[in-house]
Design a protein around this ligand. Sequence first.
Ligand code: NAD
Length: 254
Amino acid sequence: MKVGIIGCGAIANIITTSIVPEDNGIEIKYFFDKDIERAENLASLAGGVAVLDFNEMLDDADLVLECASPDSVKKYAPVILEKGIDMIIMSIGAFMDIDFYNNVLKIAKVNNAKIHLPSGAVVGLDGIKAVAKFGLKEVSLVTRKSPKSLGKDIDCEEVLFEGKASDAVKEFPLNINVAATISMACNRDIDVKIIVDPNVDRNVHEITAKGDFGEFKTITMNYPCSSNPKTSMLAALSAIRLLKSFNETISVGM
Ligand SMILES: NC(=O)c1ccc[n+]([C@@H]2O[C@H](COP(=O)([O-])OP(=O)(O)OC[C@H]3O[C@@H](n4cnc5c(N)ncnc54)[C@H](O)[C@@H]3O)[C@@H](O)[C@H]2O)c1
């Protein structure tokens, strides 16, 4: 499987340097970034090809992995899916725009392309998906961030946002991927609280789900990527796992 990457930052670096062709025949071949130097650096590290225009990868790539920005999803995903090329999308917050989501879904269906959204920086999506249509009554997410990660200097915790995921995306477009992923996993606009907490030095995500099945709570305490403190290491690792799963015979816990 030949893979093209859009966005050669923290996530792309971890994925590219962790995957070798022996991993179920995955070849990360094409690299595109609006900063061509980043694409060239990663391409030379991986023995791949840096492209000046993302269209250059579309004649050969079997799958395009987006790890750039929500804007890039809006710009490139419709073109890629129209060509029937599958995608992995990391900037899941882009799908909180319902009109865009519906349009992209239509394009993917018509052209027989698949869109894969990794679990990203949070655990518990397997359970959320399992119970989504079976009496799930309540799903909420509490995200705690360090003051440093938000460029703040405070002594007491402060609630930055409390409301629905669809509103959180408008105020925190770069921090909404987890809320967006959970919302999509259970097909509802979940309750979100974002707290800046001087007692944490990592991004902490607490999911609570209640319903006819019972109740569960997951807590994910993420170490950041060294090259981008806003991004959790786990997000990149979840994409690696997803990529490797495509050619596996047995899938566990999906
Ligand atoms: N799903 C999740 O749980 C999750 C977790 C962390 C990060 N993310 C998202 O993944 C994306 C990548 O994260 P990262 O930490 O690697 O970011 P990063 O800032 O380290 O790297 C992003 C790269 O994409 C490039 N880029 C941005 N917009 C572009 C565009 N329109 N066209 C071409 N290149 C573009 C930038 O130049 C940069 O090199 C972000 O959108 C981030 O919000 C998702």
